[in-house]
Design a protein around this ligand. Structure first.
Ligand SMILES: Nc1ncnc2c1ncn2[C@@H]1O[C@H](COP(=O)(O)OP(=O)(O)O)[C@@H](O)[C@H]1O
Ligand SMILES: [Mg+2]
Length: 308
């Protein structure tokens, strides 16, 4: 074999070898993709636990009366998380829910926007079972400000506008002002155009909460479910968040899972949950006079939920 033949052979061999390896690689990729597709389709085939009614009841003008009628809920069959909950929150009034960790406060709040469905009894909005409402009506009627706030990798303005597409810059600013976050946003180099999220500007917990409040102000729902942050905010932030919440709550029906005495004291109605049941109910003054659990919590003047 001449040197020339040898060189030609090895060169050609490599150019033949590379595509064959690629072909094998493709085979592996196809296999992996098929497995992934199977999982995607399995997921798509899942039946949702919450289904929209085929023939929803219309809800033209929402007043915002919320009622729990002998409502019960269990995550696992046989172990009730909530049972026999009877509560009436008239339109425009406030209810504060307190109780030990694990008492079921968050779960109770989740039943109103139908993040979960009751397993017994019912929850109504203006007398209509929430399960009879269209998802669109329900989500327009009930706003949730939870402890977890999701910000998209987009500008601050886009993150706010997500709540109300087509909102003008003035509307965004008014909402941000009411939520006590406007000054902070305008102090950023790019202002409302600042990118948020993983690779953008990172907001602190208290700031994110106020952004969530600004969003909800833009959405303007008549009923609000607020899950107050458990983590201690510094006094200045806490005051700002409190002012933001006050601006948001004005004139709406509010159900607050409360950790701060200030929120609870002023509520029209206070409910103490204990292992999924209503243990005490009344106003701040009534419950103090009762001298029970609530009075004990206040006397200790600690977080109203970690005690008990
Ligand atoms: N997604 C879930 N699946 C199963 N159990 C849950 C779930 N979420 C909460 N629980 C349980 O339900 C009970 C009430 O929880 P939660 O409503 O979060 O209480 P709270 O807000 O008062 O601390 C707890 O015992 C908790 O462990
Ligand atoms: Mg909770």
């Amino acid at each position: 074999m001449s040197i020339g033949t040898l060189v030609a052979f090895t060169t050609l061999q490599t150019s033949l070898f590379r595509p064959s390896v690629q072909l094998l690689q493709t085979g592996v990729e196809v296999q992996t993709s098929m497995a992934l597709f199977r999982r995607v389709f399995e997921y798509l085939d899942l039946r949702p636990d919450l289904v929209e009614p085929a023939d929803p009841r219309p809800l033209p003008a929402v007043r915002g009366d919320v009622r729990f009628e002998d409502a019960g809920f269990s995550y696992e069959p046989g172990t009730p998380t909530l049972s026999g909950i009877d509560l009436t929150v008239p339109a425009g009034t406030s209810l504060a829910v307190v109780g030990a960790t694990g008492a079921g406060k968050t779960t109770l709040g989740h039943l109103v926007p139908r993040l979960y469905d009751v397993t017994s009894g019912r929850v109504t909005l203006d007398g209509v079972d929430v399960r009879d409402l269209s998802f669109a009506d329900l989500s327009a009627a009930v706003g949730v400000v939870s402890q977890e706030t999701y910000l998209f990798h987009a500008s601050v303005a886009d993150n706010l506008r997500f709540a109300k597409p087509g909102a003008s810059d003035e509307e965004l600013e008014a909402a941000a002002r009411a939520a006590q976050i406007h000054d902070h946003i305008s102090a950023l180099p790019a202002g409302y155009d600042t990118l948020v999220g993983e690779r953008g500007h990172r907001f602190s917990g208290g700031e994110k909460q106020r952004l969530a409040i600004a969003r909800t102000i833009l959405r303007d729902p008549p009923v609000l479910v607020l899950d107050e942050a458990t983590s201690a905010l510094d006094t200045r932030t806490e005051r700002a968040v409190q002012r933001a919440v006050d601006a948001l709550a004005a004139g709406r029906t509010t159900i607050t899972i409360a950790h701060r005495l200030s929120t609870v004291r002023d509520a029209d109605q206070i409910v103490v949950l204990d292992r999924g049941r209503v243990a005490e109910r009344g106003t701040h003054a009534e419950l103090l006079a009762l001298g029970g659990r609530y009075a004990g919590l206040v006397a200790r003047d600690e977080s109203l939920t970690t005690a008990a």
